[in-house]
Design a protein around this ligand. Structure first.
Ligand SMILES: Cc1ncc(COP(=O)(O)O)c(C=O)c1O
Length: 377
């Protein structure tokens, strides 16, 4: 599914040097290596501020808290994402409200969000938290319209979308604040847990900086209840090296996705969708958006059998995500039930992520598509 050693091999010397430098200078928490990374990332994304933090989950909580979202506020998000998209809202003290997804992109559907916004709500809705799922931005034109119309804040879950853009503006520079994850399987990956928030607002950045270290602006003087959510120096140093390569890696992912498209089409397996009939519905890139293909996710009706077939042939695949968030045990108190979000529920039964990473070879892709073809025949 993912071979990180292929990325490490050509970078080994460079990475060992910067790790050695952190050891020599003993800048283990924040400090110069993290500051240098923050500066380079902000420049690359075209955003005023970037704040390194300890994980994508902490980044989501920080982005919400620093944007002033907390108790007494509700936040609309998607039921089809990683758990943290909802749990971070709860950790911030706010109330998650869910709306269904668009079956073509798997992203939060602005039309479904509008229905929720027009209905009366027990807790006032203050923000929308769209997730740029699989590396493609949510429909920011539509969400910006809703933001203006309803006077809301927009928080991006950009955990899977470093380098993606919407109409030329990079993920991370679209919303009031954004959260990134650099978990090792992400398209921009640390060597451990790490994350980042970005914002164009000086106020959000200032509060975020304080909150990520226990609300401290002066040493041992605590102005807010924050948390320990700092990035460590090793991650900052490693990520600074990888920033130099990320555009090339994302470009390689785009080439690989395009090749999957043509291999599936040549094999006669591609169906028009959004739902599959017998074959596979290919993922698609929305006009005006630049997808970074963090994942290449097909839809297929006999998904679990196909996955077992691929596993028998030692071909990796993954299901992101098999259980929609409204049906998770821990989120039962939100009061949702099966049938509430039919698009998310159907996607959870049909999606299958195939191997994609910049170093994936053409012959490996051919093997994957040939195995899918064999199963479907
Ligand atoms: C969409 C999404 N949001 C949030 C997160 C949380 O990031 P992390 O694992 O770095 O805490 C992830 C990553 O797992 C993710 O995919």
């Amino acid at each position: 599914m993912l071979d990180l050693k292929r990325q490490y091999a050509p970078l080994q010397q460079e990475l060992l040097e910067v790790v050695g430098h952190v050891l020599e200078t003993q800048q283990f928490i924040l400090g110069e290596p993290v500051a240098a990374f923050e500066k380079a990332a902000a420049e690359q994304l075209g955003v005023a501020h970037a704040l390194g933090c300890s994980s994508g989950t902490d980044a989501l909580w920080l982005a919400l808290a620093a944007a002033g979202i907390g108790q007494g506020d509700a936040v609309i998000t998607t039921p089809f994402s990683f758990f943290a998209s909802v749990s971070a809202i709860l950790r911030a003290g706010a109330t998650p409200v869910l709306a269904d997804i668009d079956p073509a992109t798997f992203n939060l559907d602005p039309k479904a969000v509008q229905v929720v916004l027009k209905a009366s709500q027990p807790v006032p809705i203050r923000a929308i938290l769209p997730v740029h799922l699989y590396g493609q931005c949510a429909d920011w034109t539509a969400f910006s319209r809703l933001e203006r119309k309803f006077g809301l804040k927009l928080i991006e879950d950009a955990a899977q979308a470093y380098g993606a853009d919407w109409k030329g503006i990079k993920a991370g520079a679209l919303g009031d604040a954004a959260a990134f994850s650099f978990y090792p399987t992400k398209n921009l990956s640390a060597a451990g847990d790490a994350g980042m928030i970005t914002t164009n607002s000086d106020d959000v950045a200032e509060l975020g900086r304080a909150l990520r270290q226990h609300g401290m602006r002066r040493r041992y003087h605590h102005d807010e209840i924050g948390w320990n959510a700092r990035m460590d120096g090793f991650q900052g140093a490693i990520l600074s090296v990888k920033l130099k390569y990320i555009d090339g890696w994302n470009q390689a992912r785009r080439t690989i996705a395009k090749r999957y498209h043509s291999l599936f089409r040549q094999a006669g397996l591609a169906e028009s969708g959004p739902y599959p009939f017998r074959g596979v519905v290919l993922p698609h890139e929305v006009a005006g958006s630049k997808h970074v293909w963090h994942q290449y996710v097909i839809r297929t009706p006999r998904r679990d059998d196909l996955r077992s077939f691929l596993t028998e042939r030692k071909i990796g695949s993954e299901i992101y995500y098999p259980v929609p968030l409204h049906l998770q045990e821990a989120l039962k108190p939100l009061g949702y039930k099966e049938g509430d979000f039919p698009e998310a529920e159907r996607a959870a039964r049909e999606v299958l992520a195939l191997p994609i990473f910049p170093e994936l070879r053409e012959d490996e892709q051919q093997t994957v598509v040939a195995a899918v073809a064999e199963f479907l025949s």
